[in-house]
Design a protein around this ligand. Sequence first.
Ligand code: 5GP
Length: 191
Amino acid sequence: MRELKERILKDGQALNEAVLKVDSFINHQVDPNLMENIGKTFADKFADDGVTKVVTIESSGIAPSVFTAKAMNVKLVILKKSTSKILEDNISQTEVASYTKGTEYQLTLNKKYINRNDRVLIIDDFLARGEAAQGAIRLIEAQGAEVVGVGILIEKAFQSGNKALRDKGYTVCSLARIKNLSDGHIEFLED
Ligand code: 5GP
């Protein structure tokens, strides 16, 4: 997506060779016009997949996911990052390793929001090693629902997440694929 790539080049900051900071338009301050266009782009790309729910992971996935769900006219379910295990019948949890914090959290779903008839589009801001997306997939599939795809704003294509998801048969749609972040320079893969 050209608009997103241009914005990354203008306002993104390579913190080091592995981490990109996008605090001024995605993660801290949010540009709603860009988020709306991202939502429409995902809605177009997954228009023929019979999506019944959009699922994201708090908190940075929420802004683009709201616009995606709105453009697809479906509900959005936000998976929570809990620090502890919750022993309740209606709660489903799975452990995920946080890429940026280097710690683990319990990705948490209230089971009443996803059922076996759902066809789910997962949206997240970044794809690094694919831990967050795979955690979301575990929770969704445990409900008997189907994951029709994973929509990512920024994929770091030099890390293993895309391969991990594709090897398991999932469709990954990344709007900006970064080839390299070395020396403070941001380089994209060609579409
Ligand atoms: P993964 O689970 O794919 O290893 O990492 C994805 C998650 O880690 C995303 O939800 C995102 O919040 C965070 N993340 C991974 N890499 C980056 C990065 O380069 N910059 C930022 N801001 N977040 C990242």
